[in-house]
Design a protein around this ligand. Structure first.
Ligand SMILES: Cc1cc2nc3c(=O)[nH]c(=O)nc-3n(C[C@H](O)[C@H](O)[C@H](O)COP(=O)(O)OP(=O)(O)OC[C@H]3O[C@@H](n4cnc5c(N)ncnc54)[C@H](O)[C@@H]3O)c2cc1C
Length: 325
């Protein structure tokens, strides 16, 4: 069986691996300690936080078919949150997601979906690929200088700017990928005392350095310890990605306290995570980026306008392109 390397173990990389493993000997290379990429959950007993993707919708038939067995076995559930839209610090609209298009979450954390998909795959974690070299086949080199040889195909699912750093300049879609820009996002994780009583579970915020607040503990099966996940706006993150963490935490805590009318400055647990490449700047859609001569391809949410469902569908589009080639 020919060997195929996938860079990244987010939803797109795991989807690819599961579909291509009968045709190729697939190895996934992942720079992080665990799988899931931006489908991320962090535990700090007694708290747990989804600090990447918050929830997802399922608007395409293929994605609905993919999540149905996960719903049946309980690793995906619908989130029927009380939702508010907030302008500045003022609530301008209330709704209940039970009455609207379904929003889904992984259970007991968003990364449960990735862990489920990762079973029985060959995944090398803590390996950051830095360069591809060609002899007869592809060789992948990591940041420690270790070399992994003999791959007929290489597919990168890393966010567009990181994919560009790895793939050779001769990749025929190099310039198209260079034109795809991604924004950052700060994710502030707050563990609160048991007396916290929220008025909503999910808030989209505009005209603020905050874009989103979730009462993460109110998602299905998250446990009793109250938690908030607060996301900065993309503009704030891009401007302050190199600002000191304490300054960012202080600013986001102040804004959160004003919005939810509860002082979070004394939260029992306060941790900040910065995502340099969180979401697409534009929601453009692209055909799979595939170079049959070099046998290099890319996919990921950024090929289909961002989001969890886009990550899955971009992988499915690429699988179709490879299988019919
Ligand atoms: C803060 C935040 C909030 C979000 N909210 C939502 C939401 O509410 N709803 C929604 O639908 N979507 C949301 N998203 C987007 C969603 O998380 C992504 O669309 C989706 O998870 C992307 O999956 P992916 O497999 O394409 O990429 P990723 O999950 O980013 O996977 C790429 C993987 O490649 C790895 N990698 C990168 N470079 C290398 C390298 N050199 N070597 C080895 N490995 C490498 C990374 O570590 C990562 O694991 C959010 C994202 C963030 C960050």
């Amino acid at each position: 069986m020919k060997k195929l390397a996938i860079i990244g173990s987010g939803l797109s990389g795991l989807t690819l691996a599961n579909h291509l493993k009968n045709k190729f000997k697939v190895t996934i290379f992942e720079k992080a300690r665990g799988v899931g990429g931006r489908l991320a959950t962090r535990r700090a007993d007694p708290y747990s936080f989804d600090h990447g993707a918050q929830y997802f919708t399922a608007r395409t038939e293929g994605f609905r078919a993919f999540i149905q067995p996960l719903i049946d076995e309980g690793s995906v559930r619908r989130w029927t949150a009380r939702h508010v839209e907030i302008n500045g610090a003022k609530v301008i609209k209330r709704s209940i997601w039970k009455d609207e298009e379904p929003r889904y979450v992984g259970v007991p954390g968003m990364n449960s979906i990735a862990k489920h998909l990762a079973q029985n795959l060959d995944i090398k974690t803590n390996v950051r690929i830095t360069e591809l070299k060609r002899q007869d086949d592809w060789q992948l080199e990591d940041e420690q200088g270790a070399v992994y040889e003999g791959f007929e195909w290489v597919i990168s699912t890393a966010p567009a700017p990181q994919t560009l750093q790895i793939l050779p300049r001769t990749f025929k879609h190099h310039d198209a990928i260079k034109a795809i820009h991604m924004n950052g996002c700060y994710s502030l994780m707050l563990g609160l005392s048991p007396d916290f009583t929220p008025e909503f579970e999910a808030a989209h915020v505009t005209n603020s350095d905050i874009s989103w607040i979730a009462v993460n503990s109110q998602k299905p099966q998250r446990g009793d310890a109250p938690t908030l996940v607060v996301h900065s706006s993309a503009a704030y993150a891009d401007k302050h990605m190199d600002t000191g963490k304490e300054t960012v935490i202080h600013h986001l805590c102040n804004l959160t306290s004003q919005i939810i009318h509860h002082d979070v400055s004394q939260a029992q647990h306060k941790v900040l995570h910065g995502w340099r490449y969180a979401n697409n700047v534009k929601r453009d859609t692209h055909e799979p980026f595939i170079d049959h001569d070099l046998k290099i391809a890319t996919c990921g949410d950024w090929c289909l306008g961002g989001r969890v469902e886009g990550a899955f569908n971009s992988a499915r589009n690429l699988i179709d392109a490879i299988e019919t080639s």
